[in-house]
Design a binder for this molecule. Structure first.
Ligand SMILES: [Ca+2]
Length: 311
């Protein structure tokens, strides 16, 4: 799973960068969970024509929440995330921030009160959706190549680096839909939706917490601690021992690799411990090179507010 930071404005996580999975949770992710935990409901397997890279569907809010709790337990035990870091569903307001309308909504009112109130879509105000905007229903006045779900990441990427917020599958959010506490919130529309109202960024859908549907999946977020280092701290280059000031402590997650910057500026390695790497720092750029292949290079750009961009 890959994650990208989304700046949250308003609500309990105001000012934080919440790491959003760039994809909806895939069948391959859910399969790993179902093999590791006994008693996981098997209805997700029944969706027709789906493959590993398609989003998992037929999962309830309770299923999705249990998946996030499992991933948190697993990665804390493996040392991939810190003891206070947590995978969970995004809140309804955080999801609004991800799709670009968080600052236009009141974080304190119920999803029901905000549903469909704002016009507009992730691609602007035009209707029907432009080509490549997402995986929607066949009668949306827009053609895509998929009758049902599409592999995650098949359509346009947004300004935060996220795919398929709009369309493909509905995504469960943490919140109750309204004060009656009977339904949970779903966002974003699906492969089966064609309505210009339903596909608005502000539209909310609802279902009981145990409801499962072929249009409903979910996306995880990671709420992680990230504390700036004092200005005098630095990172030690393991190749030559030099310490370079870098006011940042953080973690970055890539499918197989995990880079950790400890508070004392040491601890650099990949999670498998196979290949140590060295780095150079130029301004706010961290240039990471594998010693056995100068052609493989990651450059990470930092600012002290915690935003990380891969280039
Ligand atoms: Ca979606």
């Amino acid at each position: 799973m890959k994650f990208a930071p989304v700046k949250i404005t308003g609500g309990p996580t105001d000012g934080k960068n919440i790491l959003f999975s760039i994809w909806e949770t895939r069948r391959m992710d859910y399969e790993a969970y179902s093999k590791d935990v006994s008693g996981v409901d098997g209805e997700w397997k029944s969706a027709e024509g789906n493959e590993a890279l398609h989003p998992v569907v037929n999962v309830s809010w309770e299923d999705a929440t249990a998946f996030c709790a499992w991933l948190t337990r697993k990665e804390r035990a493996e040392g991939k995330i810190g003891p206070k870091d947590e995978y969970r569903l995004p809140s309804d307001h955080e999801w609004s921030c991800a799709i670009g309308i968080g600052s236009k909504e009141n974080a304190g009112t119920s999803p029901e009160d905000k549903s469909q109130k704002l016009p507009g879509y992730p691609w602007g105000n035009s209707w029907p959706p432009p080509n490549g905007a997402g995986n929607f229903g066949g009668n949306a006045g827009y053609g895509d190549a998929y009758d049902r779900t599409a592999p995650v990441g098949s359509f346009r990427v947004d300004q935060n680096g996220l795919y398929d917020l709009s369309g493909n599958v509905y995504e469960w959010c943490l919140d109750w839909y309204s004060s009656g506490q009977e339904y949970r919130v779903l966002r974003g529309g699906s492969w089966d939706d064609t309505s210009e109202v339903i596909l608005r960024s502000s539209c909310r859908f609802l279902s009981t917490p145990r409801g499962r549907n072929v249009s409903n999946g979910f996306r995880c977020v990671l709420e992680a601690e990230r504390t700036p280092l004092p200005e005098t701290s630095g990172i030690r280059n393991t190749a030559n021992g030099a310490v370079t000031a870098l006011p940042f402590v953080g973690k970055w997650f890539q499918d197989d690799y995990y880079i950790l910057f400890n508070e004392d500026g040491t601890g650099e390695r990949d999670i498998r411990g196979i290949r140590p790497f060295k780095w150079t720092v130029q301004g706010k750029d961290l240039d990471i090179r594998w010693p056995d292949s100068e052609n493989i290079k990651w450059i990470m750009r930092y600012d002290i507010k915690g935003k990380i961009d891969f280039r």
